[in-house]
Unconditional design. Structure first.
Length: 400
């Protein structure tokens, strides 16, 4: 692993498009998609999130159709992250128990089966959504949660995690520092549930990516119900790349020839930097994009073999593109936070600025495009400020 130049904060309309120089055959990974979906269905509040067709945005972007997978509310939380966190927690606790808790029909029964583990604490590092999801899962199965967040995490995001009953610890430093701090907590009465991997720790992050397969299973069902084929291009926000790895696995299962394009903040573009360097790169300094969930300095090593070969290209954007995309999505009735809107922000930037001809061609006038909108208004204050409106209500309550 090497380390790249520190990058100045990119708060404006910075943009770059990069064709992935490492694209190639993807290693085959088996994912127990049916088991994962059956697990999620037994959790309280499970409902498939909507797949929306948005002709107004398709027209603006000059593509044939634009589909939005809208993760504004997932198990009552404002992001998709619970899909991965819940499955990883379940698999990790099953191992610690040393027995299969099946059969169980609802989460109370699961909590009962897992009770011999108590007292037990789930630990995670997060820039918001993953930690809140781990804390929610801990609460559901009657365990404690200790969540580490990097300095600069907004009060609203910290309050969201604390509202799940977790202890929240602010770590001086960036997301990578918080991850390193959380890793020290592994013990006989605690388990670290991380969405990123490090040497000697890769099983749990693999399970996190497996958990995300439910999002793609739902997309497949929605496409089938609407009589649509798989899209020509899927646009995915990238933090450590666990979600992008799930997108790559899904494409591999379908033998898809569609393009997969990742979007990162300009100053947290660790996957783009790694692709260009031909090896995993750690960005120096701190990442301060408003796309909080994407403020990661190093791609997850366990996701990287899939992301590095499976992605067609990368778009890196300054914060202003995310703000614009938040407003565009709100205008068509989709509640999306700054991180959640990033994928659309990348497409907007590509349409506006052009560059990397091969990527421009992917989003041509005959293309069916799917954008993963991974988060609702996790930080309601920030969302209101971006929209420039006073919104009465709680996150998940819709858009003005
Ligand atoms: C809302 C949201 N979208 C996308 C991502 C990126 O996912 P990954 O870190 O797996 O690349 C995150 C990560 O925290 C997130 O919170």
């Amino acid at each position: 692993m090497s380390s790249a130049q520190a990058v100045a904060p990119a708060t404006g309309t910075e943009f770059a498009a990069v064709v992935n120089p490492l694209a190639g055959p993807v290693p085959r990974v088996e994912v127990p998609t049916a088991e994962v979906l059956a697990f999620h269905r037994r959790l309280p509040g499970y409902e498939p999130t909507p797949l929306l067709s948005v002709p107004a945005l398709a027209e603006r972007l000059g593509v044939a159709s634009l589909l939005v997978k809208a993760e504004s509310s997932r198990f009552g939380l404002p992001a998709f992250k619970m899909l991965g966190a819940s499955w990883a927690v379940y698999k990790a606790l099953r191992e610690r128990l040393g027995a299969d808790p099946e059969p169980w029909h609802d989460v109370d029964e699961l909590a009962e089966r897992l009770s011999p583990l108590r007292p037990f604490t789930l630990v995670a590092a997060t820039d918001g959504n993953h930690g809140r999801a781990v804390a929610r899962m801990a609460r559901l199965v009657g365990l404690g949660a200790r969540i580490f967040v990097p300095a600069g995490t907004t009060d609203a995001r910290i309050a969201g995690i604390a509202s799940e009953g977790a202890e929240v610890i602010v770590v001086p430093g960036n997301y990578d520092t918080a991850v390193a701090r959380s890793a020290e907590e592994e013990g006989p009465r605690s388990a670290v549930i991380s969405d990123t991997s490090w040497p000697g720790y890769s099983e749990v992050p693999r399970w996190v990516t497996e958990g995300y397969s439910t999002m793609f299973a739902e997309i497949d069902s929605s496409l089938a119900a609407a009589g649509r084929r798989q899209p020509d291009a899927v646009v995915v926000p990238i933090g450590v790349g666990a979600l992008a790895a799930a997108a790559v696995e899904h494409a591999q299962r379908h033998g898809s020839r569609g393009a997969l394009v990742g979007v990162e903040p300009t100053d947290a573009a660790c996957a783009t930097a790694s692709a260009l360097a031909g090896e995993l790169v750690t960005l120096r300094g701190e990442q301060h994009s408003i796309m909080a969930g994407l403020n990661c300095g190093t791609p997850s090593p366990v996701a990287w073999p899939l992301v590095s070969r499976g992605m067609t290209g990368f778009l890196t954007i300054g914060d202003e593109w995310a703000r614009r995309a938040v407003r565009e999505l709100a205008a068509v009735g989709v509640e999306a936070g700054e991180t959640g809107a990033a994928a659309l922000g990348g497409l907007d930037a590509l349409r506006d600025r052009g560059g990397a001809e091969a990527l421009e061609r992917v989003f041509g006038p005959t293309a069916d495009v799917l954008v993963l909108v991974t988060e609702g208004a996790s930080d309601l204050g920030a969302w209101r400020r971006i929209l420039g409106v006073e919104v009465v209500g709680t996150p998940g309550g819709g858009v003005p």
